[in-house]
Design a protein around this ligand. Structure first.
Ligand code: F6R
Length: 268
């Protein structure tokens, strides 16, 4: 794991945008894994700005989102499709036909849909860089604690904590889904690079379990300890429970020399 601690959330987003930008500029047909939630909104803002000012083009980019609510109408304002349209897709030159979410509409079989999503990712050559947030309970995607560490795209029941964490996004009277389709932990682990962003003190315990705890299905993000290229971008508040911060800072300084020489994707 490469753990990088920044002074604030804005710098986390800037750094994440640099990774994404370098991938897009480096590969002719980049495949990006995307996340929703509050954390990546500032990343998407940066990417939109770069698109408008620096001609960062998404023309050849294919995207696969981590998750989508079960049986939600894609045009509903609460769908993750709508989230992505609002925060990224409608502002850049991406071909929407190349943007995928693990949907499961009414009448569709979640198992068939999950297998089809896995197949689609494979057909596109796999995910190059998967953007991730982390839940306060350590979830990645909607892989809640106890999810199999080798799980694939499938339907999951959300925990009460996740339902209550996300309730802020639903207006009074709106029905909040309790199930979602999500890439599995095995699916996420197949990405060539994973880029996890965590900001704010409410993530500090989950971040500590992910980095310094044992690998356990009780903290799904801890599976990233087994990933060859996991980059963890934290602000100070999210890093506050880590005891080895000075080592991470020092290693980051050393790593910058490699990045200057070989670029971000020096393992690619
Ligand atoms: C979103 C997702 C979730 C979020 C996590 C953190 O697609 O898969 O795992 O990344 O719940 O959400 P925020 O960023 O809202 O704290």
């Amino acid at each position: 794991m490469q753990i990088i601690i920044y002074d604030n959330a804005q710098l986390v987003a800037q750094s994440a945008a640099n990774w994404v930008k370098e991938l897009i500029n480096k590969k002719t047909d980049p495949v990006l894994g995307l996340a929703t939630g509050s954390t990546p909104i500032s990343l998407y803002k940066q990417l939109v700005e770069q698109h408008k000012s620096n001609n960062l083009s998404f023309k050849n980019v294919t995207t696969f989102n981590l998750d989508e609510y079960h049986q939600i109408d894609p045009v509903s304002s609460q769908s993750y499709r709508s989230f992505m349209t609002e925060h990224l897709f409608k502002h850049v030159d991406i071909d929407v036909n190349n943007t995928y979410l693990p949907t499961c509409a009414v009448g569709e079989n979640p198992r068939t849909q999950g297998l089809a999503y896995e197949e689609k990712i494979k057909q596109q050559g796999g995910v190059d860089l998967q953007v991730l947030g982390i839940g306060a309970n350590g979830h990645i995607g909607f892989n809640e604690p106890t999810s199999s560490l080798s799980s694939r795209t499938r339907i999951k029941t959300l925990t009460q904590q996740t339902i209550s964490d996300n309730s802020r996004l639903f207006k009074p009277g709106e029905q909040q889904p309790t199930m979602a389709m999500t890439m599995g932990i095995g699916t996420i682990m197949d990405a060539r690079y994973v880029l996890l962003m965590a900001t704010g003190a409410n993530k500090a315990n989950a971040v500590k379990d992910m980095i310094a705890g044992g690998v356990s299905a009780m903290c799904p993000a801890s599976a990233l300890q087994m990933h060859e290229n996991a980059i963890i971008l934290l602000d100070k508040a999210a890093a506050s429970e880590l005891s080895d911060q000075s080592y991470y800072q020092w290693a980051d300084n050393e790593n910058r020399k490699l990045i200057e020489h070989y670029g971000y994707f020096h393992n690619y």
